[in-house]
Design a protein around this ligand. Structure first.
Ligand SMILES: C[S@@+](CC[C@H](N)C(=O)[O-])C[C@H]1O[C@@H](n2cnc3c(N)ncnc32)[C@H](O)[C@@H]1O
Length: 299
C-alpha cells in the first residue's frame, strides 16, 4: 500500500537522480517518503502480511528471480526465506533503501543469493530473457506508466517465465465505525497519490494492466485482511502500524494543499484509530496477480 513522481509529491521523496551510468531514474520520490518511520512501516506491513501475501510464492532452486522495486528489503527477506535455492536480483531506484535492504538480508539470511542493483525498472541493465520470474510488490501504484513498466519487465523474462504482482486498493477499505472525516482522509490520500502520478486504487486494475502489457494466463485473486479485537496481531501489525500510518504521513500535506482543513484531517486520523479500538473493525483487500510471458516478441 503506498508514491510520488516529479512535481508536488517530490516534497516527501528524494529528488530525481541518476542511479548508474547514464540511466535517469525518474520515479524515485513517492508520497510515503524514505524516512525511518516509513522503513518500519514497510517492514511491519511485510512481516504482518507474509503468510497472506507470500504463502503461495516459492521459486524452484536455481531459478533466476528479479524483484523490481525492492525498497528496504521488507519483502526480499520473505522471498529468500521461502525460496532458499533461488538466485535473486533486487533493484530499486533509491540507493539508500537498497543499502538498507542489503544490510537486512545480510543480517537475517547471510547465505542468500541476492545481487543488488541501483537502477530504474523502466530501463534495467539486463539482457532480454535474463530471468525466470519477476516479483513486484507495492510498486506499480507509484508509477506514472505501470503498463510500460510491466512491458519492460516482460522483456527481461524468458518465454513461459512468470510475473507476480501484489498491490493494494484504498477503495476496498471498510471501516467500523465508519466516519466522514476518516473517509475524507482516505480520499485525500488517493488524490495526492494521483497528483503524484500514481494510483492508490490500482489493485482492481491488475488484470487489464497485465493483459495490456502482453502477459498470458493472468490470474488475479483478492487477499483480504480483516482485523478486530479477536485478532490482536492484525490490529497492531496491520491497522495501527501499516494502514493508518499511510494516511498519517502522506496526508500531512493535505491541509497545506487545501484538500482538507487541519482540524478535519486530525478528526479523520482519530476516526481511523477508532477502528483499532475495542468494538472497531477494519477490512482491506490486496490483489495478488500471476501471469506468464508468452512466446514471441514484446511489443
Ligand atoms: C512502497 S515501496 C515498496 C518496496 C517493497 N517492494 C515493499 O513491498 O516493501 C516502492 C519502492 O519502489 C521504488 N521505485 C519507484 N519507482 C521506481 C523505478 N522507476 N525503478 C525502481 N524502483 C522504483 C521506490 O524507490 C520504493 O523503494
Amino acid at each position: 500500500m503506498e508514491a510520488a513522481g516529479a512535481g508536488r509529491a517530490g516534497a516527501r521523496g528524494r529528488p530525481t537522480r541518476r542511479a548508474r551510468g547514464d540511466t535517469d531514474v525518474t520515479a524515485t520520490a513517492y508520497v510515503h517518503g524514505y524516512s525511518d518511520r516509513e522503513t518500519r512501516r514497510l517492514r511491519d506491513q511485510a512481516d504482518t502480511l507474509a503468510a497472506l501475501l507470500h504463502g503461495d510464492t516459492a521459486y524452484p532452486a536455481g531459478s533466476r528471480v528479479l524483484e523490481a522495486g525492492c525498497g528496504v528489503g521488507a519483502q526480499t527477506v520473505h522471498l529468500v526465506a521461502n525460496s532458499p535455492g533461488a538466485r535473486f536480483t533486487a533493484v530499486d531506484a533509491d540507493g539508500e533503501s537498497l543499502e538498507r535492504a542489503r544490510a537486512k538480508v545480510a543480517a537475517e539470511h547471510p547465505g542468500a543469493a541476492v545481487e543488488w542493483h541501483h537502477a530504474d525498472l523502466y530501463d534495467l541493465p539486463f539482457p532480454e530473457a535474463s530471468f525466470d520470474h519477476v516479483f513486484v510488490c507495492f510498486v506499480l501504484e507509484h508509477l506514472r506508466e505501470p503498463e510500460r513498466a510491466l512491458r519492460a519487465l516482460r522483456r527481461l523474462l524468458r518465454p513461459s517465465g512468470t510475473v507476480t504482482v501484489i498491490e493494494g486498493d484504498h477503495g476496498s477499505a471498510v471501516l467500523h465505525p465508519d466516519g466522514p472525516h476518516a473517509r475524507a482522509v482516505i480520499d485525500c490520500q488517493v488524490r495526492l497519490q494521483a497528483e503524484a502520478g500514481g494510483d492508490a486504487l490500482i489493485g482492481r486494475r491488475l488484470q487489464p494492466l497485465l493483459s495490456a502489457a502482453g502477459y498470458a494466463d493472468v490470474r488475479v485473486r483478492p487477499r483480504t485482511v480483516y482485523a478486530d479485537r479477536t485478532r490482536p496481531r492484525l490490529v497492531e501489525g496491520f491497522t495501527r502500524r501499516t494502514f493508518i500510518p499511510v494516511f498519517e504521513e502522506a496526508g500531512r500535506d493535505a491541509p497545506a494543499l487545501g484538500l482538507v482543513t487541519e482540524d478535519d484531517w486530525r478528526r479523520g486520523i482519530a476516526e481511523l484509530y477508532r477502528t483499532a479500538e475495542d468494538g472497531g473493525t477494519l477490512h482491506y483487500t490486496f490483489f495478488k496477480a500471476t501471469a506468464v510471458n508468452p512466446p514471441g516478441p514484446v511489443g
